[in-house]
Design a protein around this ligand. Sequence first.
Ligand code: ADP
Ligand code: ADP
Ligand code: MG
Length: 449
Amino acid sequence: MFRKILIANRGEIALRIICACKELGVRSVAVFSEADRNALHVRFADEAVCIGPPRAADSYLNIPSVISAAEITNVDAVHPGYGFLAENANFAEVCDASHLTFIGPTAEVIRMMGEKDRARREMAKLGLPIVPGTPGPVAEEEDALAAAQTVGFPLLIKAVAGGGGRGMRVVRKAEELLPAFKAARHEAGQSFGTANVYMERLIERPRHIEFQVLGDRHGRVLHLGERECSIQRRHQKLIEESPSPAVDESTRNELGAKVVKALETINYVGAGTVEFLLDESGKFYFIEMNTRIQVEHPVTEMVTDIDLVKAQIRLAAGEKLADVVPRIEMRGHSIECRINAEDPVTFAPSAGHLTAFYVPGGKGVRVDTAMHSDASIPPYYDSLVAKLIVHGADRTHALVRMRRALEMFIVEGVKTTIPLHRAILADADFQAGRIHTGFLDRHLPVMGK
Ligand code: ADP
Ligand code: ADP
Ligand code: MG
């Protein structure tokens, strides 16, 4: 096992990793920007190093600063969390070159999955169904129309390097294609460092279903069932649950086995998530793989009773999957609500100082947060305030528990998504599990009132 781990992140996920380190008896090192001097991850880690000014580009994304902090503190591994450097293949390579274990898959696998068009080709080769689309990027305006007609309308133009729900454009008919194509390439170039885009058939009213996987350094991979993340705004997840009300045991076993086989072929190591869309006729399509721990990992932890972050660390240290996960039993139902500091109707970010903060507790309730009643939400990073997670014997019990927990959650000083979550939980379609990724487009105008 490692002696000391550097956590290249902030916020609730940095605290989550510190919890895992403490339980494993491993020392932890926090890094922080000047805006996070008083943050809880700095207080709870065994050591902490300032790595630069507030802007992420100058601190949490600054590879030389993070590596220097690792060298000064003499750690033997680096946990990247999610966001920031978590899916940066170059960072994984620099860690290797600096004799630091990167807690995640190899740089080669991160690169393969980071280019979405390449991930599609590889996964199709490995036997997973993909959304019909162009085989690779479409670069030239004169090729765009022919490519689009082969894919068929309506379609989605997607940035090859996109993420966080950004870099996607819906095109419903041929006349709309060229302006959308030009705008998508321009935006992709500005946001993701490469203008490359590809096209995919737009699946109407899909459900987002994803499989959690773990792989060891000895060639074995397993899956821990699925999560459903269909409640989204702007292609970003807002509510997640496990299991999915739309997936039965035989579907889970069948698709899960295909996912495991594909990932064993590429020697996948660490935690990862394979994302699918499920259409109204019951067909699954691979959309992308995230080669890291995910925001919504707690719902899987609640139903499997497996600590995914401790598992990531033990697998990176070379332990066998059979020892880290001796048996898998799914029990009950879990739901997570992402509490963001933003306007619940316009979703405009709402940074500021908290004037009151109280988190609900009691049986079956878990809150992952780095906030407290005198904390500030800096404007520089993403707007997650807390993740409210509940577990119940079945979906009905989990829904009741979430509703009472949302009633008892107090955040004052900034606007949050709590009122929106309360409205969604009170919705008859949501309660019945009749959901798809466009759920909020239809319901939001009503819920905002
Ligand atoms: P998950 O798939 O774990 O639910 P999200 O898509 O919500 O994750 O993204 C997790 C975190 O990573 C968020 O903080 C998000 O802003 C960030 N993120 C993911 N991909 C990118 C990207 N390409 N560029 C910038 N931030 C990203
Ligand atoms: P990101 O890297 O930003 O997470 P994804 O490819 O995972 O991008 O897509 C995010 C969301 O966008 C999906 O959960 C879904 O709501 C929507 N989406 C992506 N591809 C399609 C598609 N082909 N048809 C319909 N919706 C899609
Ligand atoms: Mg995704």
